[in-house]
Ligand binder design. Structure first.
Ligand code: PEP
Ligand code: MN
Length: 343
């Protein structure tokens, strides 16, 4: 059920509706919009009676939400969500006119490697830095990340370069630590249906970058996001990173057709990761261009100062000069669509 408030409804009217929802044992999710506030209701097992809410002051109408996912859906919020990242003043907004550029190595390997990467991507125009301190690896014998030491290096990068930090959290316990250092919590493809992690990041004050699982349908992807919003964290950024198909010419098949589909169904922003989406350095720039052309709100790209020596995802990591070229090209494509890249 969705309660749509009248444009002139007061704060008190909104509060009274929320109190009524809570008194019935459900959860209220007020979603302010440019014209009016809508209040989503979750936690009810069966359908609710619209009349119960329509008589309250300030309520325009109460409507049943037809989709299984509610809070992420455009039925609940018609306008695009803008996600503000970073402390007030140093904020980057994801989902608006400006394209978000997140770049950096797959993993933080050393202070020097991470700092060199940060200087390069910052100079090329990225405002957000990526780098895993905790890596979910297919093999238990592969490099698992530097852990807290890696997070400390990321915090230094934030101070030194003014870059905002996007880094992965791999389980609910680990989240307590990652939260102390990150500006955005990344939930990786392998964890898209780790429901206890989704609930945990749903209680975080930080925005969440949720990557699509490698075999997840669009419904499953949006339901995973719904887990996060249902806990009260509405700052979710979706990310398409390629799915498994029979195609064996690339690591994954980057499903760019999901971008307009997400835009139709959800108000959440969606980024594209052409690095994991292709697995091959030479394919990253063409697919980055295509991602922006198809309407993505930005890109997350792996860049390494010395890709041939990268400890993880070496083949898909760009050389810094390639990242510079990528930025120039997506700037041109974005310009056609009225989108910009800030410096
Ligand atoms: C990553 O961003 O380095 C990563 C592990 O990505 P994914 O979860 O999409 O595989
Ligand atoms: Mn990687």
């Amino acid at each position: 059920m969705l309660i749509v408030m009248k444009p002139q409804a007061s704060e008190d009217d909104i509060r009274r509706v929320c109190e009524k929802i809570v008194s019935l044992g459900y959860r209220a999710h007020p979603m302010p919009g440019a014209q009016r506030t809508a209040i989503g209701i979750t936690g009810n097992r069966g359908p609710l009676e619209p009349e119960e809410f329509e008589s309250l002051p300030g309520v325009a109408e109460a409507i049943r939400v037809s989709k299984a996912y509610k809070l992420v859906s455009r039925e609940v919020k018609g306008e695009d969500s803008l996600i503000h990242v970073g402390p007030p003043g140093g904020q980057v907004t994801i989902g608006g006119k400006e394209l978000a550029l997140i770049a950096g190595p797959c993993a933080v390997e050393s202070r020097e490697q991470a700092r060199t990467a940060a200087a390069e991507v910052r100079a090329a125009g990225a405002r957000l830095f990526r780098g895993g301190a905790f890596k979910p690896r297919t093999s238990p014998y592969s490099f698992q990340g530097m852990g807290e030491e890696g997070l400390q290096i990321l915090a230094e990068i934030r101070r030194e370069f003014g870059l905002l930090i996007v880094t992965e959290t791999i389980d609910p316990e680990n989240c307590d630590l990652v939260e102390k250092y990150a500006d955005v919590l990344q939930v990786g493809a392998r964890n898209m249906q780790n429901f206890s992690l989704l609930k945990r990041v749903g209680r975080s004050r930080l925005p969440v970058l949720l990557k699509r699982g490698m075999s997840a349908t669009l419904d499953e992807f949006l339901m995973a996001a719904e887990y996060i919003l249902s806990e009260g964290n509405y700052n979710v950024i979706l990310c398409e990173r390629g799915v498994r198909t029979f195609a064996d010419h690339s690591r994954n098949t980057l499903d760019l057709s999901v971008i307009p589909a997400v835009k139709r169904l959800s108000h959440l922003p969606i980024l594209v990761d052409p690095s994991h989406g292709t697995g091959k350095r030479d394919n990253v720039i063409p697919l980055a261009r295509a991602a922006v052309a198809v309407g993505a709100d930005g890109l997350i790209v792996e860049v390494h100062p010395d890709p041939d020596r990268a400890v993880s995802d070496s083949y898909q990591s760009l050389y810094p000069a390639q990242f510079e070229a990528l930025v120039e090209q997506v700037k041109a494509i974005g310009g056609v669509l009225g989108r910009t890249i800030g410096q």
